[in-house]
Design a protein around this ligand. Structure first.
Ligand SMILES: Nc1ncnc2c1ncn2[C@@H]1O[C@H](COP(=O)(O)OP(=O)(O)OP(=O)(O)O)[C@@H](O)[C@H]1O
Ligand SMILES: [Mg+2]
Length: 262
């Protein structure tokens, strides 16, 4: 295992009544990297994200995040340790404003009685003001500042995707899992998302692991690529190494081919 791995997965197995969705997968993610997780449809990528973020439980195997074993932990505990994820199908709260969606993700939520009981009303107000300022800054970064008061349900599909990513960043996570962040997003917004990811890695040292089917994006934006097929990790390395690996070419034959000519 690499010394600077923020995430280490060893021999992960996940069964769904008779179907082995993840079949002994092992890999690591380097701290501060932008790493792509690729593989044909049904390879187990989303299931792997579910395992990493606590939304599904391992049958066997281990997951270590920042040196701690997190296999079997609840999602909110994993999030508090600094690992957050977004979903392949966006989950924003449509009946709530964009700003309230952001504040709900803040470390101490406004409107809760607990912060003011613990902190006293003045410090609770200060904490809420800080959360609001953080939310404003992130909305600005993601081009959603003018939408702060709108219902999240009134946003376009692409804007909802941006909101979900911005919301995931509210807790200042050290590792962010993005499940197809550009799917259903127009190319301009898609490029903007990728630029934000690169900027956040520069500014905050945030590590990103993202699932993506567009090979041009993977090859141009990822430092490292992990390839899954049939529940296993069949290749990992730089984009050039992975592209030249016969096992990767073979995995894509007869299934959805990589969407590129490269
Ligand atoms: N909750 C579930 N119950 C039963 N089977 C499941 C469940 N979730 C996933 N699977 C199965 O596990 C396998 C892996 O699915 P998964 O969604 O992880 O693939 P994926 O790599 O994310 O695919 P895609 O690129 O299409 O999103 C598939 O055969 C899928 O049908
Ligand atoms: Mg998936």
């Amino acid at each position: 295992m690499s010394a600077d791995a923020i995430l280490e997965v060893a021999d992960a197995v996940k069964d769904f009544d008779g179907l082995r969705a993840v079949d002994g997968a092992s890999f690591h993610v380097e701290r501060g990297s932008i790493t792509a997780l690729i593989g044909p449809n049904g390879a187990g990528k989303t299931t792997m994200f579910d395992l990493l973020s606590g939304f599904a439980r391992l049958n066997t195997g281990t997951i270590r995040f920042a040196g701690r074993s997190i296999g079997g932990m609840a999602p909110h505990r994993i999030a508090r340790l600094g690992l957050v994820r977004t979903f392949q199908l966006t989950r924003v709260l449509a009946g709530m404003s964009v700003m309230d969606n952001m504040l709900l993700a803040a470390p101490s939520q406004p409107g809760e009685h607990l912060p003011s009981l613990i902190l006293g009303p003045r410090r609770a107000r200060a904490a809420e003001a800080r959360s609001r300022a953080d939310a404003q800054a992130l909305l600005e970064t993601f081009g959603l500042r003018d939408k702060a008061r709108d219902y999240a349900g009134a946003l376009s599909g692409g804007q909802r995707k941006l909101l979900e990513i911005a919301r995931a960043l509210m807790t200042q996570p050290s590792l962010v899992l993005l499940d197809e962040p550009m799917a259903g997003v127009n190319p301009t917004l898609g490029r903007a998302i990728l630029d934000h990811i690169a900027a956040l890695r520069e500014q905050r040292g945030t590590t990103f692991l993202f699932v993506e089917h567009d090979m041009d994006v993977v090859m141009s934006r990822a430092d490292r690529v992990i390839v899954m097929a049939q529940g296993r990790v069949i290749s990992a390395g730089t984009p050039a190494q992975v592209r030249a690996d016969p096992a990767v070419v073979e995995a894509y034959l007869g299934s959805a081919s990589p969407e590129t000519t490269a």
